[in-house]
Design a protein around this ligand. Structure first.
Ligand code: SF4
Length: 81
């Protein structure tokens, strides 16, 4: 998947495996991770959101929603979750 950062126009290739590997690393820290139910609820909201692009990036903040949703204290930039 090709991704362009909205802030700096940096272009890179990112793979689902890269995101999953990072999530696995973070899952060892229950102090920063959202629980599974919260994570799934957030992803459902994102999947129905008009600001989500085909690469899984939120076009409002530039984050991969799989990562943004996984961290407990993160918020949706549009306050949808
Ligand atoms: S983080 Fe918020 S604005 Fe971005 S895709 Fe998800 S629901 Fe939409």
């Amino acid at each position: 998947m090709k991704v362009v950062c909205k802030a700096c126009q940096y272009t890179s290739e990112i793979h689902k495996q890269t995101i999953e590997k990072e999530l696995l690393r973070l899952k060892n820290s229950s102090t920063v991770m959202a629980d599974e139910a919260l994570y799934e609820t957030r992803l459902k909201v994102c999947s129905d959101c008009r600001h989500l692009d085909i690469s899984g990036t939120c076009m409002m903040c530039g984050c991969y929603v799989m990562l943004r949703s996984a961290l407990k204290d993160n918020k949706c930039p549009k306050k949808y979750w």
